[in-house]
Design a protein around this ligand. Structure first.
Ligand SMILES: NC(=O)c1ccc[n+]([C@@H]2O[C@H](COP(=O)([O-])OP(=O)(O)OC[C@H]3O[C@@H](n4cnc5c(N)ncnc54)[C@H](OP(=O)(O)O)[C@@H]3O)[C@@H](O)[C@H]2O)c1
Length: 236
């Protein structure tokens, strides 16, 4: 049976590549995009369906879930990929207003919870649901405190703490769903050249997509509640 996947923020960047690579494996990968036209254009490029989904808008997310249910009756894979970085100017935490965190969290944390809750009934209707949350190595508390790594200096309280929170969100859902076939994992794509970082990354979006695709297609013996990159676990 053809698997059905929804990837949020799939009109460009890593999400687009996740959709493309899943489609190569025969998955019906639905392009989630907050902008109808950008979603349609990406869907047409890949020959894939698209749905409008702004992860910060509960009504729009609910409408997207309703559409997926009506169209496919279930969801096998949810990739919570949509994310924003905001300004990564080296603003010290003490000079960063709480509203800057709130803005990032709306998309990177609360958006994931909104989408996951809306899609869970459809994932439960799958024989083997998979949820992949696009985290970042910048969310690792262990790496952040390691002076020998570049993460020591990358002290972005807004983005980094949103991804640390997302890691705990991942673990929380994995625990709730531990006795179901649904697996929930966090992926680190590495530093990829996309619009998110003005294309300063040294990996391609396709390389970044690979770990998400792996976690989206895990077998029954795969992990849940894990934080993974290409080379294996990364420290929380
Ligand atoms: N690039 C990296 O080096 C890197 C490293 C670690 C983790 N990540 C994570 O990987 C994910 C993808 O990032 P990327 O590098 O591919 O960034 P990107 O090229 O900027 O793409 C981000 C995508 O998210 C969408 N998006 C933003 N806010 C949204 C919202 N409220 N609702 C729905 N979609 C929304 C964007 O839509 P629009 O086109 O409409 O703006 C776009 O499709 C993010 O979660 C990011 O934090 C990236």
């Amino acid at each position: 049976m053809t698997k059905i996947a929804l990837i949020t923020g799939a009109n460009k960047g890593i999400g687009f590549e996740i959709a493309r690579l899943l489609a190569e494996q025969g998955v019906t990968a639905i392009i989630g995009a907050r902008d109808e036209e950008r979603g349609r254009a990406a869907g047409e490029r890949l020959g894939l369906p698209h749905v409008r989904i702004d992860v910060t808008d509960e009504a729009v997310v609910a409408a997207a879930a309703k559409w997926v249910g009506q169209e496919y009756g279930r969801l096998d894979i949810l990739v919570n990929n949509a994310g924003i970085a905001g300004s990564l100017d080296a603003t010290v935490p003490s000079a960063t207003p709480a509203r800057a965190l709130r803005e990032i969290y709306e998309t990177n944390v609360f958006g994931v919870v909104t989408v996951t809750n809306a899609m869970l009934p459809l994932l439960r209707a799958s024989e083997a649901g998979r949820i992949v949350n696009m985290s970042s190595e910048l969310g690792s508390l262990t790496l952040a405190m390691d002076r020998s790594t570049p993460y020591w200096d990358a002290n972005y309280i807004t983005y980094n703490s949103s991804k640390s929170a997302l890691n705990m969100v991942t673990v929380s859902y994995a625990k709730e769903l531990i006795d179901t076939p649904i697996k929930v994992n966090a992926a680190n794509p590495g530093y990829c050249a996309t619009d998110l970082n003005a294309h300063t990354g040294f990996r391609t979006a396709e390389q970044g997509a690979a770990i998400a695709v792996r976690l989206a297609t895990l077998g029954a013996d795969g992990p849940t509640g894990a934080y993974l990159e290409d080379d294996g676990d990364i420290p929380w």
